[in-house]
Write a protein that binds this ligand. Structure first.
Ligand code: GDP
Length: 344
Protein backbone atom coordinates (compact mmCIF):
# COMPACT_ATOMS: atom_id res chain seq x y z
CA UNK A 1 0.00 0.00 0.00
CA UNK A 2 1.12 3.57 -0.58
CA UNK A 3 3.03 5.27 2.23
CA UNK A 4 1.01 6.20 5.24
CA UNK A 5 -1.98 4.13 4.31
CA UNK A 6 -1.38 1.01 6.32
CA UNK A 7 -0.70 2.92 9.49
CA UNK A 8 -3.21 5.47 10.74
CA UNK A 9 -3.99 8.25 8.33
CA UNK A 10 -3.11 11.62 9.74
CA UNK A 11 -6.25 13.68 9.61
CA UNK A 12 -6.57 17.41 9.31
CA UNK A 13 -9.68 19.26 10.32
CA UNK A 14 -10.35 22.72 8.97
CA UNK A 15 -12.62 24.81 11.20
CA UNK A 16 -13.68 28.40 11.50
CA UNK A 17 -16.56 30.80 11.13
CA UNK A 18 -18.73 30.82 8.04
CA UNK A 19 -17.12 32.78 5.19
CA UNK A 20 -13.72 32.61 6.83
CA UNK A 21 -12.40 30.83 3.73
CA UNK A 22 -12.41 27.10 4.55
CA UNK A 23 -13.97 25.87 1.31
CA UNK A 24 -11.74 28.18 -0.67
CA UNK A 25 -8.62 26.80 1.02
CA UNK A 26 -9.48 23.19 0.40
CA UNK A 27 -10.54 23.92 -3.19
CA UNK A 28 -7.38 25.84 -4.02
CA UNK A 29 -4.93 23.52 -2.29
CA UNK A 30 -6.45 20.13 -2.99
CA UNK A 31 -8.60 20.66 -6.05
CA UNK A 32 -6.58 23.12 -8.11
CA UNK A 33 -9.26 25.75 -8.18
CA UNK A 34 -7.98 29.15 -9.35
CA UNK A 35 -8.29 31.53 -6.35
CA UNK A 36 -10.57 33.96 -8.20
CA UNK A 37 -13.18 31.27 -8.69
CA UNK A 38 -13.66 30.87 -4.95
CA UNK A 39 -15.68 34.07 -5.09
CA UNK A 40 -18.51 31.92 -6.37
CA UNK A 41 -18.19 29.07 -3.87
CA UNK A 42 -21.21 28.36 -1.75
CA UNK A 43 -20.54 28.68 1.92
CA UNK A 44 -20.23 25.39 3.76
CA UNK A 45 -23.34 24.30 5.56
CA UNK A 46 -22.50 20.78 6.63
CA UNK A 47 -19.50 18.73 7.62
CA UNK A 48 -17.75 17.62 4.50
CA UNK A 49 -15.47 14.68 4.59
CA UNK A 50 -13.15 15.26 1.78
CA UNK A 51 -10.94 12.30 0.91
CA UNK A 52 -7.79 13.39 -0.82
CA UNK A 53 -5.68 11.18 -3.02
CA UNK A 54 -2.32 12.48 -2.10
CA UNK A 55 0.74 11.25 -0.29
CA UNK A 56 -0.76 11.47 3.18
CA UNK A 57 -4.25 10.50 2.20
CA UNK A 58 -5.38 12.92 4.86
CA UNK A 59 -8.83 14.32 4.99
CA UNK A 60 -9.88 17.85 5.20
CA UNK A 61 -13.14 18.12 6.99
CA UNK A 62 -14.62 21.33 6.02
CA UNK A 63 -16.56 22.24 9.11
CA UNK A 64 -19.47 24.62 9.18
CA UNK A 65 -18.73 27.74 11.15
CA UNK A 66 -21.99 28.00 13.03
CA UNK A 67 -22.59 24.45 14.17
CA UNK A 68 -22.56 24.08 17.91
CA UNK A 69 -20.14 21.22 18.22
CA UNK A 70 -19.60 21.85 21.92
CA UNK A 71 -23.18 20.79 22.50
CA UNK A 72 -23.50 17.56 24.56
CA UNK A 73 -25.22 15.66 21.81
CA UNK A 74 -22.28 16.18 19.50
CA UNK A 75 -20.14 13.19 18.69
CA UNK A 76 -16.85 14.57 19.89
CA UNK A 77 -14.91 11.34 19.39
CA UNK A 78 -16.05 10.96 15.86
CA UNK A 79 -14.71 14.37 14.98
CA UNK A 80 -11.61 14.72 17.10
CA UNK A 81 -10.53 11.12 17.55
CA UNK A 82 -7.43 10.36 15.43
CA UNK A 83 -7.11 14.00 14.50
CA UNK A 84 -3.54 15.06 13.76
CA UNK A 85 -4.07 18.78 13.54
CA UNK A 86 -6.90 21.19 13.99
CA UNK A 87 -6.58 24.09 11.58
CA UNK A 88 -8.57 27.08 12.74
CA UNK A 89 -9.25 29.67 10.06
CA UNK A 90 -9.75 33.29 11.13
CA UNK A 91 -10.67 35.93 8.58
CA UNK A 92 -8.15 38.71 9.21
CA UNK A 93 -10.25 41.16 7.20
CA UNK A 94 -13.24 40.69 9.47
CA UNK A 95 -14.08 41.23 13.12
CA UNK A 96 -11.98 38.75 15.13
CA UNK A 97 -13.37 38.77 18.66
CA UNK A 98 -16.22 36.36 18.15
CA UNK A 99 -14.18 33.86 16.10
CA UNK A 100 -11.45 34.08 18.72
CA UNK A 101 -13.74 33.25 21.59
CA UNK A 102 -14.93 30.19 19.67
CA UNK A 103 -11.36 29.18 19.08
CA UNK A 104 -10.61 29.54 22.77
CA UNK A 105 -13.54 27.45 23.91
CA UNK A 106 -12.59 24.79 21.37
CA UNK A 107 -9.01 24.65 22.57
CA UNK A 108 -10.09 24.43 26.18
CA UNK A 109 -12.55 21.66 25.40
CA UNK A 110 -9.86 19.76 23.48
CA UNK A 111 -7.39 19.95 26.35
CA UNK A 112 -9.55 17.60 28.39
CA UNK A 113 -9.59 14.66 26.04
CA UNK A 114 -7.27 15.43 23.13
CA UNK A 115 -4.33 17.49 24.29
CA UNK A 116 -2.08 15.89 21.67
CA UNK A 117 -3.88 17.44 18.71
CA UNK A 118 -1.73 20.12 17.08
CA UNK A 119 -3.51 23.44 17.02
CA UNK A 120 -2.74 25.53 13.97
CA UNK A 121 -4.29 28.95 13.56
CA UNK A 122 -4.48 30.30 10.03
CA UNK A 123 -4.82 34.07 10.12
CA UNK A 124 -6.32 34.13 6.68
CA UNK A 125 -7.05 36.56 3.82
CA UNK A 126 -3.98 38.63 4.66
CA UNK A 127 -3.57 39.61 1.00
CA UNK A 128 -4.26 43.31 0.70
CA UNK A 129 -3.29 44.01 4.31
CA UNK A 130 -0.15 45.98 5.09
CA UNK A 131 2.73 44.11 6.69
CA UNK A 132 2.33 46.14 9.80
CA UNK A 133 -1.36 45.41 10.10
CA UNK A 134 -0.74 41.70 9.51
CA UNK A 135 1.79 41.48 12.31
CA UNK A 136 -0.33 43.56 14.67
CA UNK A 137 -3.29 41.27 14.06
CA UNK A 138 -1.15 38.23 14.65
CA UNK A 139 0.27 39.65 17.87
CA UNK A 140 -3.18 40.61 19.05
CA UNK A 141 -4.53 37.11 18.38
CA UNK A 142 -1.59 35.44 20.08
CA UNK A 143 -1.82 37.65 23.14
CA UNK A 144 -5.57 37.28 23.59
CA UNK A 145 -5.31 33.52 23.16
CA UNK A 146 -2.50 33.18 25.64
CA UNK A 147 -4.34 35.33 28.21
CA UNK A 148 -7.60 33.50 27.75
CA UNK A 149 -6.00 30.07 28.11
CA UNK A 150 -3.97 31.15 31.13
CA UNK A 151 -7.17 32.37 32.80
CA UNK A 152 -8.66 28.94 32.20
CA UNK A 153 -5.64 27.31 33.80
CA UNK A 154 -3.82 26.21 30.65
CA UNK A 155 -0.39 27.73 30.43
CA UNK A 156 1.42 25.40 28.11
CA UNK A 157 -0.80 24.78 25.13
CA UNK A 158 1.34 24.73 21.99
CA UNK A 159 -0.31 26.74 19.27
CA UNK A 160 1.18 27.69 15.92
CA UNK A 161 0.12 30.73 13.95
CA UNK A 162 0.39 31.21 10.19
CA UNK A 163 -0.41 34.20 7.98
CA UNK A 164 -2.19 32.83 4.93
CA UNK A 165 -3.86 33.77 1.68
CA UNK A 166 -5.11 31.73 -1.23
CA UNK A 167 -3.78 34.37 -3.61
CA UNK A 168 -0.13 33.48 -3.04
CA UNK A 169 2.02 30.59 -1.87
CA UNK A 170 1.52 31.30 1.82
CA UNK A 171 -1.34 28.83 2.11
CA UNK A 172 0.86 26.04 0.68
CA UNK A 173 3.73 26.95 2.98
CA UNK A 174 1.44 26.86 5.97
CA UNK A 175 0.15 23.41 5.01
CA UNK A 176 3.72 22.21 4.55
CA UNK A 177 4.51 23.18 8.10
CA UNK A 178 1.34 21.60 9.43
CA UNK A 179 1.95 18.34 7.63
CA UNK A 180 5.64 18.08 8.41
CA UNK A 181 4.80 18.02 12.11
CA UNK A 182 2.62 14.98 11.51
CA UNK A 183 5.32 13.00 9.71
CA UNK A 184 7.20 10.63 12.00
CA UNK A 185 9.78 10.05 9.25
CA UNK A 186 10.55 13.75 8.80
CA UNK A 187 13.99 13.65 10.42
CA UNK A 188 15.04 10.74 8.23
CA UNK A 189 13.72 12.42 5.10
CA UNK A 190 15.61 15.61 5.89
CA UNK A 191 18.81 13.69 6.49
CA UNK A 192 18.44 11.87 3.20
CA UNK A 193 17.85 15.15 1.40
CA UNK A 194 20.89 16.72 3.08
CA UNK A 195 23.09 13.84 2.01
CA UNK A 196 21.69 13.97 -1.50
CA UNK A 197 22.35 17.71 -1.77
CA UNK A 198 25.89 17.65 -0.44
CA UNK A 199 26.94 14.74 -2.62
CA UNK A 200 25.41 15.94 -5.86
CA UNK A 201 26.06 19.68 -5.88
CA UNK A 202 22.41 20.48 -5.26
CA UNK A 203 21.56 23.80 -3.61
CA UNK A 204 18.01 23.09 -2.56
CA UNK A 205 15.84 19.98 -2.72
CA UNK A 206 12.14 19.62 -2.03
CA UNK A 207 10.04 16.52 -1.77
CA UNK A 208 6.64 17.57 -3.06
CA UNK A 209 3.25 16.01 -2.82
CA UNK A 210 2.36 16.42 -6.48
CA UNK A 211 -1.40 16.71 -6.12
CA UNK A 212 -1.41 19.53 -3.59
CA UNK A 213 2.02 21.08 -4.28
CA UNK A 214 2.68 20.91 -0.56
CA UNK A 215 6.27 20.03 0.19
CA UNK A 216 6.54 17.39 2.83
CA UNK A 217 10.27 17.72 3.40
CA UNK A 218 13.25 19.74 2.30
CA UNK A 219 16.96 19.80 3.12
CA UNK A 220 18.03 21.94 6.05
CA UNK A 221 19.28 24.96 4.11
CA UNK A 222 16.84 27.87 4.53
CA UNK A 223 13.77 27.98 2.29
CA UNK A 224 13.55 31.13 0.27
CA UNK A 225 10.20 31.99 -1.20
CA UNK A 226 11.49 32.36 -4.74
CA UNK A 227 13.02 28.91 -5.00
CA UNK A 228 9.93 27.42 -3.46
CA UNK A 229 7.69 29.22 -5.93
CA UNK A 230 9.76 28.27 -8.90
CA UNK A 231 9.75 24.60 -7.88
CA UNK A 232 6.05 24.63 -7.28
CA UNK A 233 5.36 26.27 -10.66
CA UNK A 234 7.62 23.67 -12.26
CA UNK A 235 5.28 20.94 -10.99
CA UNK A 236 2.36 22.56 -12.79
CA UNK A 237 4.32 22.67 -16.02
CA UNK A 238 5.33 19.03 -15.73
CA UNK A 239 1.84 17.90 -14.78
CA UNK A 240 0.38 19.70 -17.78
CA UNK A 241 2.97 18.38 -20.20
CA UNK A 242 2.86 14.82 -18.92
CA UNK A 243 -0.92 14.84 -19.05
CA UNK A 244 -0.69 15.65 -22.72
CA UNK A 245 2.30 13.56 -23.71
CA UNK A 246 2.67 11.06 -20.88
CA UNK A 247 1.77 7.38 -20.93
CA UNK A 248 -1.37 6.06 -19.29
CA UNK A 249 -0.56 5.80 -15.61
CA UNK A 250 -3.78 4.49 -14.20
CA UNK A 251 -3.30 1.47 -11.99
CA UNK A 252 -6.11 -1.03 -11.48
CA UNK A 253 -7.42 0.18 -8.14
CA UNK A 254 -7.51 3.73 -9.34
CA UNK A 255 -9.11 3.01 -12.65
CA UNK A 256 -12.35 2.23 -10.83
CA UNK A 257 -12.54 5.63 -9.20
CA UNK A 258 -12.90 8.97 -10.85
CA UNK A 259 -9.35 9.74 -11.72
CA UNK A 260 -7.58 12.30 -9.55
CA UNK A 261 -6.65 15.48 -11.35
CA UNK A 262 -2.97 14.61 -11.49
CA UNK A 263 -1.26 11.91 -13.45
CA UNK A 264 2.45 11.81 -12.59
CA UNK A 265 1.48 10.29 -9.29
CA UNK A 266 0.08 7.07 -10.55
CA UNK A 267 3.08 5.10 -11.79
CA UNK A 268 3.12 1.53 -10.47
CA UNK A 269 6.17 0.84 -8.34
CA UNK A 270 7.79 -1.56 -10.75
CA UNK A 271 7.35 0.82 -13.62
CA UNK A 272 10.66 2.45 -14.32
CA UNK A 273 9.38 5.16 -16.63
CA UNK A 274 9.13 7.80 -13.95
CA UNK A 275 8.77 11.28 -15.22
CA UNK A 276 11.95 13.20 -15.04
CA UNK A 277 12.76 16.58 -16.41
CA UNK A 278 15.45 19.20 -16.45
CA UNK A 279 14.95 22.87 -17.14
CA UNK A 280 17.79 25.33 -17.50
CA UNK A 281 17.00 28.80 -16.25
CA UNK A 282 18.46 31.99 -17.68
CA UNK A 283 20.29 32.83 -14.48
CA UNK A 284 22.51 29.77 -14.78
CA UNK A 285 20.48 27.62 -12.43
CA UNK A 286 18.95 24.27 -13.31
CA UNK A 287 15.73 22.66 -12.10
CA UNK A 288 15.75 18.90 -11.89
CA UNK A 289 12.54 16.97 -11.30
CA UNK A 290 12.19 13.28 -10.68
CA UNK A 291 9.01 11.43 -9.94
CA UNK A 292 9.63 9.36 -6.81
CA UNK A 293 6.46 7.34 -6.38
CA UNK A 294 2.73 7.52 -6.84
CA UNK A 295 2.43 10.77 -4.90
CA UNK A 296 5.82 12.34 -4.52
CA UNK A 297 8.24 14.19 -6.74
CA UNK A 298 11.73 15.33 -5.92
CA UNK A 299 12.65 18.78 -7.20
CA UNK A 300 16.18 20.07 -6.98
CA UNK A 301 17.64 23.45 -7.70
CA UNK A 302 21.32 23.47 -8.69
CA UNK A 303 23.92 25.40 -10.64
CA UNK A 304 24.43 24.40 -14.24
CA UNK A 305 27.93 23.10 -13.45
CA UNK A 306 26.39 20.44 -11.19
CA UNK A 307 24.21 19.01 -13.92
CA UNK A 308 27.29 18.54 -16.11
CA UNK A 309 27.80 15.47 -13.94
CA UNK A 310 24.29 14.31 -14.75
CA UNK A 311 25.23 10.66 -14.36
CA UNK A 312 26.22 11.27 -10.77
CA UNK A 313 23.03 13.18 -10.01
CA UNK A 314 20.86 10.51 -11.64
CA UNK A 315 22.65 7.79 -9.75
CA UNK A 316 22.31 9.52 -6.38
CA UNK A 317 18.68 10.33 -7.00
CA UNK A 318 18.05 6.67 -7.76
CA UNK A 319 19.69 5.65 -4.47
CA UNK A 320 17.69 8.33 -2.70
CA UNK A 321 14.52 6.98 -4.24
CA UNK A 322 15.30 3.43 -3.09
CA UNK A 323 16.08 4.67 0.40
CA UNK A 324 12.82 6.56 0.54
CA UNK A 325 10.94 3.46 -0.44
CA UNK A 326 12.48 1.67 2.52
CA UNK A 327 11.82 4.54 4.92
CA UNK A 328 8.13 4.29 4.19
CA UNK A 329 8.11 0.49 4.28
CA UNK A 330 10.05 0.18 7.52
CA UNK A 331 8.89 3.38 9.12
CA UNK A 332 12.35 3.88 10.58
CA UNK A 333 15.79 5.11 9.67
CA UNK A 334 17.81 3.59 6.87
CA UNK A 335 21.43 3.97 5.91
CA UNK A 336 22.43 5.05 2.46
CA UNK A 337 25.69 5.32 0.63
CA UNK A 338 25.78 7.92 -2.07
CA UNK A 339 28.41 8.42 -4.67
CA UNK A 340 30.49 11.51 -4.25
CA UNK A 341 31.72 13.61 -7.12
CA UNK A 342 35.45 14.32 -7.39
CA UNK A 343 36.44 17.17 -5.11
CA UNK A 344 36.92 20.44 -6.81
P1 GDP B 1 -16.30 29.14 4.21
O1 GDP B 1 -17.71 29.49 4.52
O2 GDP B 1 -15.43 29.22 5.43
O3 GDP B 1 -16.13 27.85 3.48
O4 GDP B 1 -15.74 30.34 3.30
P2 GDP B 1 -15.58 30.38 1.70
O5 GDP B 1 -14.52 29.45 1.28
O6 GDP B 1 -16.91 30.23 1.08
O7 GDP B 1 -14.98 31.84 1.48
C1 GDP B 1 -15.71 33.03 1.70
C2 GDP B 1 -15.17 34.14 0.84
O8 GDP B 1 -13.84 34.45 1.19
C3 GDP B 1 -15.13 33.81 -0.65
O9 GDP B 1 -15.69 34.89 -1.35
C4 GDP B 1 -13.66 33.69 -0.99
O10 GDP B 1 -13.35 34.11 -2.30
C5 GDP B 1 -13.03 34.58 0.04
N1 GDP B 1 -11.65 34.18 0.37
C6 GDP B 1 -11.20 32.94 0.75
N2 GDP B 1 -9.87 32.94 0.95
C7 GDP B 1 -9.44 34.21 0.70
C8 GDP B 1 -8.14 34.85 0.76
O11 GDP B 1 -7.11 34.27 1.05
N3 GDP B 1 -8.12 36.18 0.45
C9 GDP B 1 -9.23 36.89 0.12
N4 GDP B 1 -9.09 38.18 -0.17
N5 GDP B 1 -10.46 36.31 0.05
C10 GDP B 1 -10.57 34.99 0.34
Amino acid sequence: PPPGQQRGRPRLLLMGQRRSGKSSISSVVFHKMPPMETLFLESTTKIQKDPIHSFMDFQVWDFPGQLDYLDDTFDFDNIFGELGALIWVIDAQDEILDPLSRLHSTIIALQRSYPMINIEVFIHKVDGLSDEYKLDTMRDIMQRTQDELADAGFDNVQISYHLTSIYDHSIFEAFSKVIQKLLPQLGTLENLLNVLCSNSGIEKAFLFDVLSKIYIATDSSPVDVQSYEICSDFIDVIVDVSEIYGYDRKNPDEAAQPSPPVSPGAAPAENTQEVSSIIKLQNGMVLYLREINKFLALICLMRKESIEKKGLVDYNVQIFQNALQRVFELGGGVRVALAQGPDE
